[in-house]
Design a protein around this ligand. Sequence first.
Ligand code: KG4
Ligand code: ZN
Length: 351
Amino acid sequence: MILLGIETSCDETSVALLEANSKTQLLTKLLAIETASSLTTHAKTGGVIPEIAAREQLSYMLPVLSTCLKKGLNFDYGKTVPQIDAICVTYGPGLIGSLLVGIETARVLSYLWNKPLIPVNHLYGHIYANWLPQSENTHQRTIIQFPALALVVSGGHTDLVLMQSHSRITVLGGTRDDAAGEAFDKIGRLLGLSYPAGAEIEERAKKGNPKYIHFPRPLIGEKTYDFSFSGLKTAVLRHVQATPELTEQLINDLCASTQAAIIDVLVRKTLTAAQEYTVKSILLGGGVAANQTLVDSLTLNAKRLTLNAEIFVPQKSYCTDNAAMIAAAGFFRREEISWQTLSPNPELYFD
Ligand code: KG4
Ligand code: ZN
């Protein structure tokens, strides 16, 4: 079967065509993916302005959709119905104006083409990015074994989720305040870096000293799988305020010390949960999973603990928001809905 995925929860407008085999339950091929981003506009304002993000979604949607259909299925305007079996679309969480663009597009296509519509929770999308084929022409990688532990680390979320199967899911913990990506972005702003700051902090951290300051590692040793990163932001702010001049080297040292604090907490909580629930797989997902230093630290510490779990990380371009992961989640968690009843849910969490 072929799934059309649509993702517009924030500042990426993404459409993908994913081929899957219902009998073997494998994702066989990513036929095409097109993604446009309004990130450069938001970099100028230091963060996403929802109204602008929504307007950009509107201007990108049809060009992205038509290019993807052309590339993946040679489908042109004027032809009747493309060879697809279902339409999967993000319905939350996210910015209401942005979500509406994807949802309205999906509803209209479902109505016009008479195709099933599958609403997808964006958070599951980040988890199911791990099931995607490694590249456009390769097969889904090793079959992921349950129980699996997923760490979703994005701009809006830091969640630890236990998956006994595709349908039995328990949230072990989440962030009590700022998400990990949000912490990277807010601290980056304090240091004068442009939005989003995660990737630049990682690059600068390579030239800095992670032990320059031992920033707080909130909740690290406590018996909870919740996270809290707002205290870290305050600690960095105090340090910046007390510093007469932020030299390039000092910024690099602060980046390295900040990153070390965030990674320590993420790794410790994830591995503690992996041990407690004796999971067979650990899945990372979300923009912060693109951080190689995080992946290396997780891998190294899992080895130290002789943990018997395989670690999965999506290809970098599928860590950040994209429509392929939405199609993948739609395939494994297929719950059809009529185009008449679909509406956005900006506050959606795991169900
Ligand atoms: O998943 P995503 O694209 O959007 C949300 O659903 O939020 O994640 C974006 C977040 C941003 O906060 C960005 O700073 C962070 O992912 N990010 C990184 C890296 N690349 C992106 N954080 C740390 N290291 C990176 N290399
Ligand atoms: Zn996301």
